[in-house]
Design a protein around this ligand. Sequence first.
Ligand code: GLU
Length: 509
Amino acid sequence: MKVVLRFAPSPTGPLHIGGVRTALYNYLLARKYGGIFILRIEDTDQTRFVPGAEEYIIESLSWCGITFDYGPHIGGPHAPYRQSERKAIYAEYAHLLVERGWAYYAFDTEEELEEMRRRFEAAGMSAPQYNAITRSYMKNSLTLPPEEVQERLRSQPYVIRFLVPRGREVRFYDEIRGWVSVHTKEMDDKVLLKSDGMPTYHLANVVDDHLMGITHVIRGEEWLPSTPLHVLLYEGFGWEMPKFAHLPLLLRPDGGGKLSKRDGDQLGFPVFPLRWRDPFTGEVSEGYRERGFLPEGLTNYLALLGWHPAEEREIFTMEELIQAFSLERVSKSGARFDFEKARWVNQQHIRKLPLERLTALVHPLWMARGLPSISEVQLMQLMALARERGALLPELIEAVRFFYEAPTFPLPPEKESKLNPNLVEKLPQWMDHLWALEPWNAASIEAFIKSQAKSEKMTLSQVLPALRLALTGEEMGPSLYVIIELLGRVETRRRLERFLAEYGVRREV
Ligand code: GLU
């Protein structure tokens, strides 16, 4: 059997990284079993529609490398893939359920419903509200005479409600949680079709999963309470059920609840994959992309949030994830988000990235900072030095600060104390030799410095720290020989001259 999976977001805002993880797990399984992966936009709740959200979802997933076979942006055999464009289909199925005795028409006004809620509250009872008991005294096709029902259907707004059967245990198997069982007395008669003719989430979701041939429904834990109703809907329609799997929540780093945008803001990490500008408030939220994550770093980290690989290993490419992933190894308990770990995973991917690609990614960031223009070859050399020294792309630019920022003198006293007067005295002569050095590369620079030190009877630890301070103002960093090569003859000389102007004996010209 061919597996068919779907990701079914509602365009009510930017996609949260929890949503990216749901999409990712669906994608991994679809690809692992050579199946089909569908994007379906669940936009039937027009009151929660946010302009730009659908485009954002598509762009985010595409940046993450999560690709679809069918969707609103691609088309496919069951198009349209946007639920608001499938309205007529759902109404037809809602009426079919009424015919089959699994649903009924309800005519209650807002005031009447409110009145019922008040009675519930007064009796100290909480939800469910419209259920086997209350339905018997509300205005619906179960309580009103058939002629009145027909008359009301013609003349006033109505909804279609699901008729939850009495006295039954609804059982279903969840691929992550095992058997789940809920008694129908815990369930209420949810609205399936609203008075504006739009379906609710439950109806549209089940009808589309059936029509699109979905074999596995993998979604967040927050949908688990809806599943018993979905199971009964499948029964009412007489359709075969897909397999269900409900993914554990993404928790705050301290484990104390669901990870929200506010937690991210407070703790200083993004919760969205890409930058998002709220169209109503204008508020801008930074995304993982802007923070300097690689898509493969983010997806690798998200894969580990709730799934445990069989082998002792944490770094995976997307292809490797596809091979290794299985629902059996997804845990039931919530997964704590750990930004430091996310950075570490990203760093491993930065180290693995071909240097050309890394350079191509850093180049636009370099230019956007207004740094001096640089050739690709030069930037590539810099990135070869920097790649071990940063977890996020902007940190790689920080790691080669020496290149675009000359040190300022005088140095702070704690650094000044590291300058070796003996070296400072000899430096003018060294400079002359260095200036003439051929060829100009790290190896010859290294050989030159070592032989100079030897002939002056100085150890490298007496030479290198002071030279590094003179050239970069820093006490530590990448190989000094490579730094000198990359600075080039002219800039090296310029910096050493400025250094000597501060600390050395002024040279006669
Ligand atoms: N539209 C729902 C959401 O926004 C889909 C839930 C499901 O996958 O069934 O998450």
